[in-house]
Design a protein. Structure first.
Length: 302
């Protein structure tokens, strides 16, 4: 049997990963498989950091960032601060076919989605609006800082033909400034893929992840011969140390990686869950934690 594999961030992606694994098992290409995975997370209102039901910015508006990259051609598409679009990652995928104008933001991204027939809807659910109103009240009355949740769904797929694709989607920081953009739609920071080598995707505090271009760095280290796990550990922990020394602090940073052999790796500076499946193993959720020896400790998710 030809190798195939899929890895994704956070246990919220588990059902989507199982869907993607079934598709890859049947010979579906990596691009379709990763889009379906992300779409499933975007549609679930229980997940407050991605897609429909995502928590809004300071003005009560859900603004989403997403990206899509074809590891065969290196084609990329991204959207940022897009509004009222059910599946931001699907818009990013369509943009990846453009030679120019492949990264659109704000009103331009939203108008592009409308003109190209993507499903449009009010992305602010009743529950998300209630949470936003409560946070506005708390912030006003008690000077509470805005919630900094930032759980991006990122996924990498390897199909039976050896093609690798990576995609990301997020509604970003809850109560973020209007127009704020994180690392998720930024090539090299939130994602990167090269089918000759492998791919990586990030989740965490975008303002810190983009300081290190960590997704590209992991792929670069894999190209130099490191395994995905070695590359993740080397890139993430050395950068966290540098950022702490030179910037004074470091936010949450977690990355996943997959190479063209179907081998995977993960590194994180917080407790982090992720999902994996391949042609030899059924879909499973794992928990990753940073260890004192600059290596990631991985265990089965409970």
């Amino acid at each position: 049997m030809n190798n195939w594999a899929v890895i994704s961030t956070w246990n919220m992606s588990y059902e989507g990963l199982k869907t993607s694994a079934d598709l890859l098992k049947k010979g579906t290409d990596a691009k379709d498989a990763v889009e379906k995975l992300i779409n499933q997370v975007e549609s679930n209102t229980e997940y407050t950091s991605v897609g429909y039901g995502g928590l809004p910015n300071e003005n009560g508006i859900v603004q989403m960032d997403a990206a899509f990259m074809d590891g065969n051609t290196l084609a990329q598409g991204s959207v940022a601060a897009i509004e009222n679009v059910k599946h931001a990652v699907s818009v990013a995928r369509k943009l990846s076919s453009n030679k120019t104008n492949s990264f659109l933001v704000g009103e331009g991204a939203t108008n592009y989605a409308m003109k190209n027939g993507f499903e449009m809807t009010n992305m602010l659910t009743a529950n998300a609006k209630k949470t936003w109103r409560q946070k506005v009240k708390e912030t006003h009355e008690h000077d509470v800082h805005p919630y900094a949740g930032h759980d991006t769904v990122g996924a990498i797929t390897l199909d039976q033909k050896g093609a690798i694709t990576v995609a990301t989607s997020t509604s970003g920081l809850f109560m973020k400034k209007n127009g704020r953009i994180g690392d998720s739609p930024l090539s090299g920071s939130g994602f990167y893929a090269d089918s000759d080598i492998g791919a990586a995707a990030a989740t965490g505090l975008g303002e810190d992840i983009m300081k290190g271009c960590l997704s590209y760095e992991i792929v670069r280290q894999m190209s130099a011969g490191k395994s995905p796990q070695e590359a993740c550990d080397s890139a993430v922990y050395s950068f966290c140390k540098k950022l702490k020394q030179r910037y004074g602090q470091v936010g949450e940073i977690s990355l996943i990686a997959l190479n063209n052999k179907g081998e995977w790796g993960v590194a994180t500076n917080v407790e982090f869950t992720f999902c994996v499946a391949d042609n030899k193993h059924e879909a499973q959720i794992f928990t990753a934690n940073p260890a004192s020896n600059n290596k990631t400790r991985i265990s089965a998710f409970n």
